[in-house]
Design a protein around this ligand. Structure first.
Ligand SMILES: *Cc1c(COP(=O)(O)O)cnc(C)c1O
Length: 398
């Protein structure tokens, strides 16, 4: 006799029904072309304002060629984690290249920006330590903090004074202190108050860590990130960056002292327990750094496009929040409305993601747009026109 068994995962169905009722259930959009300024999703050609491919490198001929070349010479997989036998010459070259680019002693590359953050914070801190963290820091930082079991003290977004209060209250309390912030915040496109945070960290002897995922390749000379943008060289102990956004490929990295990197080689769990990048990934990233160093005009094009597009949205009367970077939110308030807006834009030839609670605070739902260096002025003007006319039809604009 087969015992009747009720599905122990049935509770998930109820939670999905709640998402559907709230208008927040989302099907995955399927990309059927390369990630280009105009991409094909689900059979439709649309202007793509939803990628992090800031410099248009994800489908760049030089990166493609480097990847193919690496596959021809070294195959498609590394065969092991870095610490066993999966460290290839290309991985070491990439780490040395990034360290030189960022003007730091050393660099370790992780499988992703997510694992770089989560693996680093959890490796260097323990339950007897303290983390002072911006309220809007990325999920991978939050997970790293939780995994470390250190005590987490959250300060209001970008409030360096509040961060100082937290550290002051911890003065004399045993344990190490880490002050951590995104360089550019991914949902609002605003820049963290790094000069103030660095000064606070120095005053209280805290470790300073910055996540430059959205600033790598975007801010600073040749895209060196927020530390370079603000002239804070030598004053940020741990700089995280990503290879998955402007660099166009996949991966994350940590830059800092030789000892920090040697320690992470021994203790960062994603480094120890998850297989290293395929050689094609490392080779494509190396080609991307050639472009960052030799073609700064790409970054200029990104910022020209950013200014042009932001001006069109502002002129149309949208609330674009506090953005200072190519990430421009269009805030509509209600999550169901944001998702409906995104769907209507798609039907009119444009992809921009709807984002609601819990990714952004309740009442601050938005569509998020990201322009790239590869968009033409014509594409951006057309995009702004589509957004304004759909918004008027939906009464988002008067
Ligand atoms: C995207 C992002 C990450 C994760 O980077 P991946 O390389 O995609 O894993 C980390 N931090 C921030 C702030 C990000 O926006």
């Amino acid at each position: 006799m087969t015992p009747t068994r009720t599905d122990p995962l049935a509770f998930l169905t109820g939670q999905l029904d709640a998402l559907r009722a709230a208008g927040s259930f989302q099907r995955l959009r399927v990309l059927e072309s390369a990630c280009d300024p105009v991409s094909r999703f689900d059979g439709h050609e649309v202007i793509n304002l939803a990628s992090n491919n800031y410099l248009g490198l994800a489908n760049h001929p030089k990166l493609r060629e480097a990847a193919i070349d690496a596959i021809k010479h070294y195959g498609v997989g590394s065969g092991a984690v870095r610490t066993i036998s999966g460290t290839m010459r290309l991985h070491m070259e990439l780490e040395e290249r990034i360290a030189a680019f960022k003007n730091v002693e050393a660099c370790v590359v992780f499988q992703s920006g997510f694992t770089a953050n989560a693996g680093t914070v959890s490796a260097i801190l323990t339950a007897s330590d303290h983390i002072v963290s911006d309220a809007l820091n990325h999920a991978s930082i939050i997970d790293g903090c939780r995994l470390s079991r250190a005590k987490i003290h959250v300060f209001p977004h970008k409030d360096a004074g509040a961060a100082e209060e937290k550290l002051k209250a911890l003065d004399g309390v045993p344990g190490r202190k880490l002050l951590i912030s995104d360089g550019v915040f991914s949902m609002d496109g605003d820049i963290g108050p790094l000069p103030d945070l660095v000064a606070v960290a120095e005053r209280y002897g805290a470790i300073m860590m910055v996540d430059d995922a959205h600033s790598s390749g975007v801010l600073g000379r040749n895209g060196r990130g927020t530390v370079d943008h603000f002239g804070l060289h030598g004053r940020v102990d741990i700089q995280v960056g990503t290879l998955s956004k402007a660099v166009g490929v996949l991966g994350g990295y940590v830059c800092g002292s030789r000892d920090l990197i040697d320690f992470l080689y021994h203790r960062a769990r994603p480094f120890l327990f998850s297989t290293s990048h395929p050689p094609s990934v490392a080779a494509a990233c190396l080609a991307a750094f050639d472009i960052l160093e030799n073609e700064p005009e790409r970054i200029d094009a990104l910022w020209n496009n950013t200014r042009r597009f932001k001006a069109s949205l502002r002129d149309a009367g949208f609330d674009t929040g506090e953005s200072q970077t190519p990430i421009t939110p269009i805030i509509v308030g209600d999550a169901a409305l944001a998702h409906a807006f995104s769907r209507a834009l798609f039907d009119n030839g444009l992809l921009a993601t709807g984002i609601g609670y819990p990714t952004v605070p309740e009442g601050r739902a938005r569509i998020r747009t990201i322009v790239t260096a590869a968009h033409t002025a014509g594409q951006l003007d057309r995009a702004a026109g589509i957004i304004a006319s759909v918004a008027r039809q939906m009464r988002i604009l008067p």
